[in-house]
Each structure stands twice: as C-alpha cells, then as structure tokens.
Design a protein around this ligand. Structure first.
Ligand SMILES: [Zn+2]
Length: 89
C-alpha cells in the first residue's frame, strides 16, 4: 500500500444517501460483488459525509464509494460504481 500513498487523496465527498445508493447500485450490477464485500469488509459507523476516490482501473472513469471497513487492514473498503472493482483506501 505504501506506493499508493500519493494517490490516496480523495476526489470528492458525498452524503450518506448518495453513498448508500451508489454502493447498492454497484452491488446489484456486479454478480458476486455483494458476497465479496460482505466477506471482506465490516459495516460502517453512522456518518453524514463520506470521501469519494477516482477509480484507478485503467480506462475506467468511475468513482470509488465506501462500502465498509476492510476486515484484514486498517483501510476503507471501496467499490467502483462503474467497473465493480474493489479497492482499499
Ligand atoms: Zn472502476
């Protein structure tokens, strides 16, 4: 993860409602993603604002939305709203 530090700055932020609907849309659109997120992350505390990051998958213009906290690392577990990739931030 250390090599990614300079690219970890958030792109934007969103409300809890926006976050929840973007994540839900991505989970619904990508088969198996919901199970993967459930297996690899834990739930989120109540917050009113969340950071948003740019997806770093080549050719993808999507944004990464917070889906939970990673089980195995002190990191935010995010899903892309376009390609469905998951990433730690
Ligand atoms: Zn993406």
């Amino acid at each position: 993860m250390t090599s990614n530090v300079s690219q970890n700055y958030p792109y934007s932020s969103e409300s809890e409602n926006e976050r929840a609907s973007r994540v839900e849309r991505s989970l619904a659109a990508n088969e198996g993603l919901r199970d993967k997120v459930r297996a690899e992350s834990i739930g989120l505390p109540d917050e009113s604002r969340w950071w948003v990051w740019k997806c770093r998958v080549k050719g993808c213009t999507g944004l990464l939305h917070t889906a939970g906290y990673a089980r195995t690392a002190h990191a935010v577990y995010t899903v892309c709203d376009t390609c469905g990739q998951t990433a730690l931030r």
